[in-house]
Ligand binder design. Structure first.
Ligand code: NAD
Length: 355
């Protein structure tokens, strides 16, 4: 891979490659854009097959964080780190303290947090070497309540756009996954009087939702064919694809899972079927709002109030889609880019403190 060429094409500011031989640490930290603030994004631990594969993940995921924080209205840029190692590796202190030292070397330009293959305990090791870390034990904790609430607000906005009223009472919502985000989402939906269909490969988790929310259990593969007005993907990525889009009965897709579109062209395919799609990284931004809240010392209630704004943001995305005649997933990118360029323009104004 021609690294400078990739950075130029995708707009990255800085990539740090680091090595600590004493513990076999190999890490890459990617800073995509710091127009809005320090680059925030989790650290992923994965046994990548090659350095190129690891670098590609850093480039892709750090850029995604710039867009996610931009549309969430946070004063954060986009970054991401990967450590090339077995995620189940036992000797974690040396690995994560080495990582913390490299994070610290960036002087706060990058703030790390948990991601795939890391835990709050790992972040405690990072914390011993740097203060530029979030997602610590006993602080903001599990982001799922805020994420689930944000998805609920975004779903109501999609209902408003589709039906002119944001009430979900009496609507049938097919929820894929009965994990943490889905559970909190279903709590809000049940309280409002929505009918719930739920699927998960873990039957125990489905049973909890049946008992707690009166949900109807659906077999995992059957969730795409379910008779529901709203489909809420809250498990895996890539589930909107050539096979599944044609099977959906829903007229709204609004769920918490990351990377729902298998490919960008599936964003067009959803649109062509007349389905309103609430873009994933906008509707699930409660997670990053929660981390931001931790950095600001907010309570969960305050973070939830910020996540309430997802309602207006989703409506703004749909308005841009109509204004520009583009699918909603592209409209979300435009919203992010508009905020980035408007804030960047402010910095052209000279202040007395500027050199
Ligand atoms: P989780 O692990 O608690 O839940 C995921 C659930 O999906 C599990 O119960 C799992 O058994 C189930 N699942 C796996 N394969 C399935 C299949 N084929 N059919 C049905 N169910 C299946 O994870 P979570 O924290 O609730 O996250 C869910 C999604 O939301 C993920 O895509 C995650 O990246 C995204 N997300 C989460 C947060 C957060 O705050 N937790 C924030 C932003 C995005």
């Amino acid at each position: 891979m021609d690294i400078f060429n990739e950075m130029n094409t995708r707009g990255h500011e800085q990539i740090l490659f680091s090595h600590e031989p004493s513990c076999g640490y190999f890490g890459i930290i990617g800073i995509h854009d710091t127009t809005l603030g320090p680059a925030l994004g989790g650290t992923r631990v994965w046994q990548y097959a090659s350095t190129d594969e690891a670098l590609n993940d850093v480039l892709r995921l750090s850029r995604g964080m710039t867009y996610k924080s931009a549309v969430a209205g946070l004063n954060l840029g986009g970054g991401k780190a990967v450590i090339i190692a077995d995620p189940k590796r036992a000797d974690r202190e040396s690995l994560f303290r080495a990582h913390g030292r490299f994070v610290d070397s960036l002087g706060g330009r990058y703030i790390t947090a948990e991601d795939v293959g890391t835990s709050p305990q790992d972040m405690e090791f990072v914390k011993r070497e740097t203060r530029h870390v979030a997602g610590l034990l006993n602080l903001s904790g599990d982001p799922s309540p805020v994420t689930g609430y944000g998805v609920y607000m975004g779903m109501k906005a999609a209902a408003k756009q589709r039906w002119g009223k944001d009430t979900l009472e009496g609507k049938t919502v097919a929820v894929q996954g009965a994990g943490k985000v889905a559970h909190f989402l279903m709590g809000h939906l049940h309280e409002e009087g929505a009918k719930l269909l739920v699927s998960d490969i873990d039957a125990e988790k489905v049973k909890v939702c049946v008992d707690e929310f009166g949900a109807t259990a659906v077999a995992p593969e059957a969730i795409y064919d379910a008779k529901a007005e709203i489909f809420a993907p809250c498990a895996l990525g890539g589930i909107l694809n050539d096979d599944t889009i044609a099977r959906l009965n829903a007229v709204i897709i609004a769920g918490g899972a990351n990377n729902q579109l298998a490919d960008e062209r599936h964003g067009e395919a959803v649109e062509a079927r007349g389905i309103l799609y609430a873009p994933d990284y906008v509707i699930n931004s409660g997670g990053v709002i929660n981390v931001y809240g931790e950095l600001q010392g907010w309570t969960t209630e305050r973070s939830k109030r910020k996540a309430q704004e997802i309602y207006d943001t989703i409506l703004r995305v749909f308005a841009i889609a109509e204004r520009d005649g583009v699918p909603s997933y592209q409209a979300a990118d435009r919203l992010a880019e508009e905020r980035l360029s408007s804030v960047a323009a402010l910095k052209d104004m000279w202040l007395a403190g500027d050199r």
